[in-house]
Write a protein that binds this ligand. Structure first.
Ligand SMILES: Cc1cc2nc3c(=O)[nH]c(=O)nc-3n(C[C@H](O)[C@H](O)[C@H](O)COP(=O)(O)O)c2cc1C
Length: 429
């Protein structure tokens, strides 16, 4: 596809995407919370599921971050890292604890060193702290869901019986201690920022949409946002020298009353009233940056990662991927423009392949986001930021094909990477 063909495809669907010919906006630095991101590219968190027994990064993890660092992005958002062993979605998911912290510090130092050596810049780093909630699977092959509310939509999709117990308020109080402990370790390792992950159907995202839960973490907007706000505030006050942020799902596209940011009458439409209110609250408690996302990769992957080919074993949704790309970009823009002084980041553009550069520049130029995030492309073509910044283009032979190969590895509980562009290391499953 060419840019004119993309434009005509957009016209065909009555859609628009911001595009700019001048790519120089992508090279501009951005400063927040006393840190300067040297350009507008962000490596979005991409789990590799290749940690050692204590959750520590091993060779494949070091290699992944070396590739990201060499690729030129100014901000690297380290992948989902569990705050407790039983919070992992996979036996080999990163897990930050006293035994693994030394390896995380080494990983971070090595990543920074490569960015300096290859690109002559200092990167900004964020680590994503997670509890996998409904998708917890700390031991291979054995699901151990932790749920905040029953959902006739998601329970049915994932075979959760009606009498399955909910995580209690006391357990949630104690979980805040685990976040604080992991955040302290992350600060000790040297990360610039902590992401209290609240997206993609995992526990904290589920709490945001827990309309049917009773007690202090469910029901009203104040209650549903309490866990996230309190955890962020607690980390902010107990862990000096770092900033606290969140990767926030602002639109779950799960039928009311079981989702966040979803229109009450029609789950196919978003209603960002609550997410905007939350973003404002988060900014007031010191959050200097928001990573905005949508959808649930286990339930409606076409919202979260528009693809050319569905992941194995998932329902095929009959939606043109361009609609998914535009939905993602539009949703992030609505959030960003409601709060222009809080820098935001989006994702979801991998399907555009080599046509990303003008769209990325258009997004920044039109203030549809402050930074441009790439997920799957970072696996396939980690040098894309460097190529866009230095050559003004991407190499069609290296782009992500949005084939869901990387997701297939995750679902097969194997280390994840690109089965097309990096097949010497990742053989397709
Ligand atoms: C294999 C794989 C691993 C991912 N791991 C994470 C993760 O650790 N944390 C997270 O917030 N999102 C994760 N994502 C979602 C991506 O960060 C990104 O939001 C998504 O792929 C859509 O953006 P893209 O079109 O640039 O790929 C993952 C996606 C894939 C395919």
């Amino acid at each position: 596809m060419t840019y004119p063909e993309l434009q005509s495809e957009l016209r065909h669907f009555g859609l628009e995407l911001p595009m700019a010919d001048d790519l120089s906006v992508l090279a501009a630095a951005l400063t927040f919370a006393g840190r300067t991101v040297p350009n507008r590219f962000v490596v979005q968190p991409m789990e590799g599921f290749d940690s050692g027994p204590d959750g520590e990064p091993l060779e494949l993890g070091f290699r992944r971050y070396e590739r990201f660092a060499a690729g030129g992005a100014g901000l690297i958002w380290f992948e989902a890292t569990a705050v407790r062993c039983d919070a992992r979605s996979n036996e080999q998911q990163f897990w930050l604890n006293e035994n693994s912290a030394g390896k995380f510090a080494e990983l971070l130092e090595n990543t920074r060193r490569i960015a300096r050596k290859e690109n002559g810049h200092e990167i900004v780093t964020v680590i994503q702290l997670t509890h996998s909630g409904r998708y917890s699977k700390p031991v291979r092959g054995s699901r151990k869901p932790v749920i905040a509310q029953h959902s006739s939509v998601l329970d049915a999709a994932h075979n959760i019986p009606a009498d399955y117990p909910l995580i209690t308020d006391d357990e949630l109080d104690r979980l805040q201690d685990d976040y604080a402990a992991a955040a302290k370790l992350a600060a000790r390792c040297g990360f610039d920022g902590i992401d209290v992950k609240s997206c993609h159907g995992y526990l904290l995202n589920e709490i945001l949409g827990a309309h049917t839960r009773s007690g202090k973490y469910g029901g009203s907007f104040e209650n549903r946002t309490r866990f996230l706000r309190e955890t962020i505030q607690r980390i902010g006050s107990e862990v000096p020298g770092i900033f606290v942020t969140s990767r926030l799902s602002v639109y779950d596209a799960v039928k009311y009353p079981w989702g966040f940011g979803t229109d009450k009458e029609d789950y196919k439409k978003h209603n960002l009233t609550e997410p905007k209110r939350l973003a404002l609250m988060l900014q007031k408690i010191g959050v200097p940056l928001l990573n905005v996302t949508i959808g649930n990769p286990y339930f409606n992957p076409h919202y979260n990662r528009p693809y050319a080919k569905a992941a194995k074993g998932t329902i095929h949704y009959d939606e043109h991927p361009l609609l998914g790309v535009v939905r993602f970009v539009d949703t992030v823009r609505e959030m960003q423009q409601s709060q222009p002084d809080l820098p935001m980041i989006g994702a979801g553009t991998a399907w555009l392949r080599h046509l990303v550069p003008k769209v990325a520049a258009g997004i920044i130029q039109s203030n549809s986001a402050a930074l441009f995030g790439q997920g799957r492309c970072s696996f396939a073509y980690p040098n894309a930021p460097k190529d866009i910044l230095t050559r003004g283009a991407m190499d069609e032979k290296q782009v992500c094909l949005a084939c869901s190969g990387c997701t297939n590895f995750m679902r097969a509980e194997q280390p994840a990477g690109c089965s097309i562009r990096d097949r010497a290391f990742y053989r397709a499953v």
